[in-house]
Write a new protein. Structure first.
Length: 434
């Protein structure tokens, strides 16, 4: 992976410090940098050091948070730190510190927090190792008061399992995604070990690969062709057009092996694939349930909760930005999860085509800033829907319109501010083809 990634998320290139807020907050000077191996690092005023290596491994103050390869979408929360990765974008948000936000995107390193914003293009930065922050690193769990640790442990809520416990049978793995199933529930396990439960049929894109389930048939498609597996049957391989010519000429019984497994022509028009790596079945116990928490919704509740507008061939949902994001932020808050889960439920139930996500702002700030913020917010919603929401990323189109399409007046007739109107204009519109 190159140090300068091919990234689509837009970041405003600005440097600013609010003197009073910064003075009260800072312990060290905020810095960003590029190391000799092609990775990057961030040092925040609180002393937090975040490093991201060229392969996407994220380490914060010595703790590995996640692995975010550029072809994978990941939305997760680890030790209270929000981690969002999509199409090479990597954004970390630490709400306990203001929040502090660390972003590597659009050939830019961006570091934001209470009273400061720092953004630098990667090409402008000298190559240097990450600094030592001994003595300035923010307190870890081990240095917190004992009372706080005890409280965090004893107040953890009990978990009821939203999916069936038991043994999930192994289906296949390509080294990026591994799949296991029990009845109509499929569990996806990605490279970072994150487990996601999907009920019923699905079609999911991860980079250039596609994973699907239709009834009892599981599918995997890559550049070589399509692999299909019935729940209790062999893996059947259908080569792409270029390989099909060679496969047709091969005699029945012919075998070919590569690093991943063996292809055998078992009939005039059939090729079976036997992978080299076969994983053990996956056992889910009550202790694993927290990883699969999902809300249950009724269709009528979702329509009412989201105030869905029906049009000729689409459903329209307007979500207030104040529900999804913090002030002047494009990072989705934890409180927004329930709302976005309902949006994903609606898309899966009624969606029959593209989903268009458009960000809007009020009229405060410059036109350029608002345009950028609205696009970043739309992209954040897409990442959430494609990650935790399990909606195929290639079905979601994003746009940002800034302050150009208000649905309410930003000011009153006498020219005074209209906070209610501005709040209505700060929104993300989601149009679902139905």
């Amino acid at each position: 992976m190159n140090a300068i990634r091919n990234i689509t998320m837009q970041i405003i290139l600005s440097v600013g410090v609010c003197a009073m807020g910064f003075a009260a907050y800072a312990q060290v000077e905020p810095k960003v940098g590029v190391d000799a191996s092609g990775g990057v690092w961030f040092l925040s005023p609180s002393g937090t050091l975040v490093t991201i290596d060229a392969a996407g491994l994220i380490v914060r103050d010595g703790q590995t948070l996640a692995n975010c390869p550029s072809n994978e979408t990941l939305v997760t929360n680890i030790s209270g730190i929000s981690v969002v990765c999509s199409e090479g974008d990597i954004v970390l948000s630490d709400p306990a510190k203001g929040p502090e936000v660390f972003s590597w995107a659009n050939e830019t390193l961006s570091l934001q927090g209470p009273g400061f914003v720092l953004a630098k293009q990667v090409s402008e930065l000298p190559v240097e190792d990450a600094p030592s922050v001994q003595g300035t690193v923010a307190p870890t769990k081990d240095t917190q008061p004992e009372q706080t640790q005890t409280e965090n442990i004893t107040t953890a809520p009990a978990v009821s399992c939203p999916i069936m416990t038991g043994v999930y049978r192994y289906v296949f793995s390509d080294g990026i995604e591994s799949y296991f199933y029990k009845d109509d529930t499929t569990i996806r396990v990605n490279e970072s070990g994150s487990k996601i439960a999907v009920v019923g049929d699905f079609n999911i894109a991860v980079g250039d690969n596609t994973y699907s389930r239709q009834g009892d048939t599981f599918g995997f498609k890559n550049a070589s062709g399509q692999y299909n597996k019935m729940a209790d049957g062999p893996i059947i391989f259908s080569p792409n057009a270029a390989l099909a010519v060679t496969a047709q000429q091969a005699p029945v019984g012919y075998s070919y092996s590569d690093d991943y497994g063996t292809y055998t022509k078992t009939g005039p028009d059939q090729i079976t694939f036997s992978p080299k790596v076969v994983l053990e079945d996956l056992t889910i116990t009550d202790a694993d349930c927290a990883a699969f928490q999902k809300a249950e919704f009724s269709y009528e509740e979702v329509l009412e909760n989201l105030n869905v507008e029906r049009r000729a061939n689409e459903l329209v949902v307007n979500l207030g930005s104040d529900v999804l994001f913090g002030y002047d932020s494009a990072d989705i808050t934890a409180a927004a999860a329930n709302t976005l889960e309902q949006v994903a439920f609606l898309i899966k139930r009624d969606g029959k085509g593209l989903v268009v996500v458009t960000g809007h702002t009020d009229a405060k700030g410059s036109d350029l800033y608002n345009l950028d913020l609205s696009l970043r917010r739309a992209n954040s919603v897409k990442r959430w829907l494609a990650g935790q929401g399990q909606i195929a990323a290639d079905k979601i189109v994003t746009a940002g319109e800034g302050e150009t399409s208000p649905i309410a007046q930003n000011t009153n007739a006498d020219g005074s501010d209209n906070p209610e109107g501005r709040a209505a204009n700060r929104r993300v519109e989601i149009r679902i083809s139905s």
